[in-house]
Design a protein around this ligand. Structure first.
Ligand code: SF4
Ligand code: SF4
Ligand code: SF4
Length: 337
C-alpha cells in the first residue's frame, strides 16, 4: 500500500464531495479478510478516510457507474416536469482497465463525460487469490501484508514470504494499460510497465492446436460451468437491462445447465465481448468453477487487433468494431476458423 497515493485519493474524493462536484465516489475500502479490499460507495466528505488503494483492489469499478447512472436516470424519467429532474455525477477510482471500461461506456453512449469524474491510480497489479491459496496449501490466511514486492502471510501453521510476482493475476502480469488512459486527476506518478510483450503467449499456443483440439478444450472448460452468471454480473461491458440469456421472445438459448445450453450461453456472451473486453479479469475472479474464460476473451482481443487495428477502450476517438462496418471488412475467419 502506497500511503502517498492513499492520502491523495482521500483528499481528492473528499474535495469533490465537499465542493458538490460529485454525488458519490466509488472506490475501495479494506476488506474483512487479510489482503482483500472491497468496493465502497462514499457520499460524505468525512467518509473519504475509508478509501484505500492496494494489491487487493481487483474489481473493475466501472461496473457500478452504469448501474448507478442508469438507475438514477430511470427514476428521474418518472418526474413529470423535465425541469425538476436532477443530474447525478459519479466520482470513481480508476486503474488502467477501469479507465478503458469508462472509455467503452462513453463510446457506447451509456453516459456523458460530464457525468463522471475520474481519479486515476497507477497500478502494478492485484493478487490472484486462487494462486495465493495454492501457495499456502489452501490454509486459512489470518494476517497478510505487501511490502517491497513481497507478500507476507501468516496462516494457521506459520509464516511465509511469497514474491508478489508469483501471485499476480495473469491479466496483470501482461497488462499493457496499467496506467489510466483517461483521468481528471492522477493520484500518483505513472507505474512502471508490466510485460505486455507476453500478452498473447498462451493464445498463440492455443492457435497452434487443430480445430478439433480447440473444440475439445472449449467443451472441457465449459463442462465446469454451473451457469451462476457471476462472470456476467462482474463484467462492466455486460450492462444490458435484460440479458439475451433471459429473453424469452425470442428465446436465444435454453436456461438449463446442460452442455449444449451452457456452451451456447458462453459462446454468445464471449462474442458479445468482441472489441469490448478490457482484460480486467473481473469475470475470471468471480467464477467459482475456475473456467478458463480468458483464453477466449484474449483470442477475440487478438483477432480484433489484427483485423480492425484497435483495442477495447484504448483510445476515446476509436469506433468499437461492433458499432460500425467497412465494405472491405475481412470475413474469411467465418469460413476458415
Ligand atoms: S489489468 Fe492492468 S490496470 Fe487492471 S488491475 Fe491488472 S495491472 Fe492494473
Ligand atoms: S469479459 Fe471479463 S475481462 Fe473482459 S471486460 Fe468483462 S469482466 Fe473484464
Ligand atoms: S462465473 Fe463461471 S460458473 Fe458462473 S456462469 Fe460464469 S463461467 Fe459459468
Amino acid at each position: 500500500m502506497d500511503e502517498k497515493i492513499n492520502a491523495k485519493i482521500r483528499e481528492e474524493a473528499g474535495k469533490l464531495l465537499a465542493d458538490g462536484k460529485v454525488d458519490i465516489v466509488i472506490g475501495y475500502e479494506k476488506g474483512t479478510l487479510p489482503l482483500t479490499s472491497t468496493p465502497v460507495f462514499i457520499t460524505k466528505p468525512e467518509e473519504a478516510e475509508r478509501l484505500v488503494w492496494d494489491e487487493g483492489c481487483y474489481q473493475n469499478l466501472a461496473k457500478f457507474v452504469t448501474d448507478i447512472l442508469s438507475a438514477h436516470k430511470e427514476a428521474q424519467r418518472k418526474i413529470r416536469n423535465p425541469e425538476d429532474r436532477k443530474k447525478k455525477t459519479v466520482g470513481i477510482i480508476a486503474k488502467g482497465c477501469t479507465s478503458r471500461s469508462i472509455i467503452l461506456h462513453l463510446q457506447e453512449r451509456q453516459y456523458d463525460r460530464d457525468e463522471i469524474v475520474i481519479i486515476g491510480v497507477p497500478c502494478t497489479g492485484y493478487i490472484d487469490r486462487k494462486k495465493l491459496a495454492i501457495l499456502v496449501d489452501n490454509e486459512e490466511i489470518v494476517e497478510g501484508s505487501v511490502s517491497s514486492g513481497q507478500v507476507s502471510v501468516k496462516t494457521t501453521s506459520g509464516e511465509k514470504k511469497i514474491a508478489l510476482t508469483d501471485v499476480l493475476a495473469d491479466n496483470c502480469i501482461t497488462c499493457r494499460f496499467n496506467n489510466p488512459v483517461i483521468s481528471d486527476v492522477m493520484a500518483g506518478d505513472p507505474a512502471p510497465a508490466m510485460q505486455p510483450d507476453k500478452e498473447y503467449e498462451k493464445i498463440e499456443a492455443i492457435e497452434k492446436l487443430s480445430t478439433d483440439e480447440r473444440f475439445a478444450y472449449f467443451v472441457k472448460e465449459m463442462s465446469k460451468c454451473i451457469r451462476c452468471y457471476a462472470c456476467r454480473q462482474a463484467c462492466p461491458s455486460c450492462y444490458c437491462k435484460i440479458c439475451f440469456v433471459e429473453q424469452t421472445q425470442p428465446q436465444f438459448t435454453g436456461l438449463s445447465a446442460d452442455a449444449s445450453d451452457t456452451q451456447l450461453f458462453q459462446m454468445l456472451r464471449i462474442f458479445h465481448m468482441v472489441g469490448r473486453c478490457v482484460d480486467c479479469g473481473s469475470c475470471v475472479n468471480a467464477c467459482p468453477m475456475g473456467v478458463d474464460l480468458r483464453a477466449y476473451l484474449k483470442k477475440l482481443d487478438k483477432d480484433v487487433l489484427e483485423l480492425f487495428e484497435t483495442r477495447a477502450g484504448a483510445r476515446i476517438e476509436d469506433v468499437p468494431p461492433l458499432s460500425t462496418y467497412r465494405e472491405n471488412d475481412k470475413e474469411d475467419f467465418i469460413y476458415h476458423p
